[in-house]
Design a protein around this ligand. Structure first.
Ligand SMILES: *Cc1c(COP(=O)(O)O)cnc(C)c1O
Length: 384
């Protein structure tokens, strides 16, 4: 190892983007790419419609200046996000303003900024409930921030609240107390939304603990804690344009937070973290949200159809989901061998899914993709 590198980074396992090396999209011909069903990263299966791409291309040709730095304040985009956030609340809110918003290069960037703003200099540890989104722990480790893991109920995936309370009450020896709790609502990879008991526990946390509620999949289930934010200055919501808004390639995420936290996130981020094109793409997506979000009912119908069909297959457990993916596990597979075989055979048949947390997370794709997923799983799991 190079002697100037931090010694703890040798052990760091980084996030694996597109298991299998992104080969189909990056290096294959479009025809090859089309023959692989990429159901491993919870993107929308639908690209931006042609006319919106043309609008964006027109803006790039005639309005955006490639030689100029982008708007480092994200002023137009923040205004549009604040309006969208207000309308996403039930009942509709009116208090979200640009001062409550920080925009980032994917919400991944915000995860890092939040950790920088709270836990660095050994000032805090983070709490996660496994299985959950791996980026929280990975990002914490890159910053040398300790991670405390608690479990979830094996059937419902509700957080083990007794363990969480204990972890907060008694920090491990030599470690700073927990200062940030990360929760996904609904959780990835398991698809369950926060329960009343989990929400009550989050409400009970003291004001010196930051509660991060990651609503990356908000648009699929419409569940949000936004209405509670004005009473809870220690809560922050993360959202993204990478899923329902079909803009994963543009890397746009945002936080909705108390103005003082939003201002701090703005202070510590890189000055030009988002290209002009990405900012414009997100503005365009919000301006055409009705068109883009119109795909969601079909995805939800497809998700429920896929769920029913998977639940009927022998030897697997599949969980209901409030998002655009399903999580399944095999019932008798102590050595993980059958799961690995299933994962590999799906992959060689042309369906990429994510093998994670002892199961498979399968993104809901187009009806044709979902049908192929089912056919391929059936041919593996049903006796011939
Ligand atoms: C996909 C996802 C995100 C979004 O990440 P981006 O960096 O905005 O693409 C954030 N949190 C969770 C739980 C996710 O699944």
């Amino acid at each position: 190892m190079l002697p100037f590198l931090r010694s703890d980074l040798a052990q760091l396992v980084s996030y694996t983007p597109h298991l299998g090396g992104a080969a189909p999209a990056a290096h294959g011909s479009p025809a090859q790419a089309a023959s692989i069903d990429r159901l491993d990263t919870n993107e929308s299966p639908y690209d931006l419609p042609e006319d919106l791409k043309q609008k964006l291309a027109w803006a790039y040709q005639h309005e955006l200046e490639a030689n100029r730095y982008p708007d480092g304040e994200h002023a137009a985009l923040k205004g549009a996000i604040a309006q969208y956030a207000n309308h996403s609340a039930r009942p509709v809110a009116n208090w979200v303003t640009s001062a409550h918003i920080s925009v980032s290069n994917g919400s991944d960037e915000l995860i890092r900024s939040l950790l920088i703003a709270t836990c660095l200099r050994s000032e805090g540890s983070v709490l996660v409930a496994d299985p959950t989104f791996s980026m929280y722990a990975i990002t914490a480790h890159t910053l040398g921030v300790p991670v405390v893991r608690v479990g979830r109920d094996a059937q419902t995936f509700e957080t083990d609240l007794a363990a969480a309370r204990r972890a907060i009450a008694t920090p491990a020896t030599g470690q700073p107390a927990i200062r940030v709790v990360f929760m996904v609502h609904p959780n990835s990879p398991t698809g369950n939304a926060l329960t009343d008991a989990e929400l009550d526990w989050l409400r009970s946390l003291p004001s010196h603990i930051l509660v991060v509620i990651d609503e990356a999949y908000f648009e699929f289930g419409q569940q949000t804690v936004l209405a509670e934010l004005p009473q809870r200055p220690n809560w922050v919501i993360l959202r993204t344009f990478s899923k329902a808004f079909r803009l994963a390639s543009h890397r746009v995420g945002y936080a909705i937070a108390h103005p003082e936290l939003a201002a701090t996130l703005e202070k510590i981020r890189l000055p030009y973290n988002l290209s002009s094109l990405s900012q414009r793409a997100a503005e365009l997506a919000l301006a055409h949200q009705d068109t883009l979000l119109a795909a969601i009912p079909t995805l939800l119908t497809e998700r429920d159809r896929l769920f029913q069909a998977l639940a009927a297959l022998p030897g697997i457990t599949v969980w209901p989901s409030a998002a655009n993916f399903l999580f399944l596990r095999l019932q008798n597979d102590p050595a993980d061998e059958t799961l690995e075989n299933l994962f590999q055979s799906l992959k060689s048949a042309g369906t990429l899914v994510r093998k994670t947390c002892g199961g498979l997370r399968i993104t809901v794709g187009t009806p044709a993709e979902n049908q192929r997923t089912l056919d391929r799983l059936r041919s593996q799991l049903l006796p011939s």
